[in-house]
Design a protein around this ligand. Structure first.
Ligand SMILES: Cc1cc2nc3c(=O)[nH]c(=O)nc-3n(C[C@H](O)[C@H](O)[C@H](O)COP(=O)(O)OP(=O)(O)OC[C@H]3O[C@@H](n4cnc5c(N)ncnc54)[C@H](O)[C@@H]3O)c2cc1C
Length: 263
């Protein structure tokens, strides 16, 4: 590590002012601190969000759940009302990383970070969630722009995410065994607006698969998913898996997801 100053403001407005002046927001630190240790990130000032009241918690609002940005993964996983209404979301949180990551890591940090293999971004896209910031609301389809890139402006702070309750949903993660991030994760939701399929881990950023969505809107069967050709051209190839392997996983995981929802 290297020298930096540390601020722990007690309001979102104070944190936003520091962040706009160049401070780096700190939530659970489960992505930021490793990247600082590796010197991939070298902020001169760290702005801790942990002292701000009101940024964490889970509440039902009509047909949606609003989850505060500082809500830890373990609290999302353990919330009984959420488990009943959107079990796929609670289950996703329950399988992020390890116990320490789940105890410290937050929804807002994961969403802001937009790691290509992170789990939450796929849930936001598939469920048609809305990111709420200190300035505005951004629908998930407009939020995730590319690798580690989002629609957030400099100093903009996520305060919560609103998740509409789907008819049914499931998240199937094929884990990279060492990190437990997704080698390929498929979040499949049957929503009021139709079937939405979001893929994480496979490409430079999370994305919806238009071909799978069209096929499953026509016929919600594993066979319909299997008939969709998954193009490997834009997918990642690395030491863990080739693009062709990831393409096959997208197909197989989607077929399994449909089968499990129908069971
Ligand atoms: C060993 C390990 C395994 C992991 N496995 C998984 C996994 O399986 N699946 C998965 O999805 N993730 C995994 N993660 C990542 C984990 O979920 C992190 O908690 C998450 O990516 C970042 O959340 P955080 O609260 O720790 O954010 P931080 O690390 O504190 O911050 C991350 C970034 O978001 C910004 N930020 C934080 N909060 C806000 C906010 N409210 N508004 C705007 N910007 C903000 C920060 O400035 C920083 O740029 C793993 C991490 C580790 C270390």
């Amino acid at each position: 590590m290297y020298a930096f100053t540390f601020e722990a403001p007690s309001t979102v407005a104070a944190a936003a002012a520091l962040a706009q002046a160049g401070g780096k927001l700190l939530a659970g630190g489960q992505s930021l601190l490793p990247s600082m240790k590796l010197r991939l990130s070298a902020p001169e000032q760290v702005v801790d969000l942990n002292q701000i009241q009101g940024l964490s918690g889970i509440r039902r609002e009509g047909n949606s759940f609003v989850i505060g940005a500082m809500t830890r993964h373990m609290d999302v996983a353990a919330h009984a009302e959420l488990q009943a209404a959107i079990p796929a979301l609670a289950d996703l949180a329950a399988h992020i990383g390890d116990r320490q990551v789940r105890a410290r890591g937050t929804l807002g940090g994961s969403v802001a970070n937009n790691d290509p293999a992170a789990c939450y971004p796929s849930a936001l896209l598939a469920l048609g969630a809305t990111v709420i910031t200190d300035r505005r609301e951004i629908v998930a389809d407009d939020f995730f722009l590319g690798m580690y890139t989002t629609a957030l402006e400099d100093g903009e702070i996520i305060t919560a995410v609103r998740f509409p309750i789907p008819r049914r949903a499931i998240y199937l993660k094929f884990k990279q065994a060492a990190s437990r991030f997704s080698l390929v994760g498929v979040f499949l939701a049957q929503t009021e607006g139709g079937v939405r399929v979001a893929i994480t881990g496979a490409a430079s950023a999370v994305f919806r698969h238009a071909g799978l969505e069209a096929a499953l809107n026509q016929s919600f069967t594993p066979a319909a998913a299997a008939a969709v050709k998954i193009d490997a051209d834009e997918l990642n190839s690395d030491i863990h898996a080739s693009a062709a392997y990831r393409a096959n996983l997208i197909s197989v995981q989607t077929q399994r997801a449909v089968a499990q929802l129908l069971a």
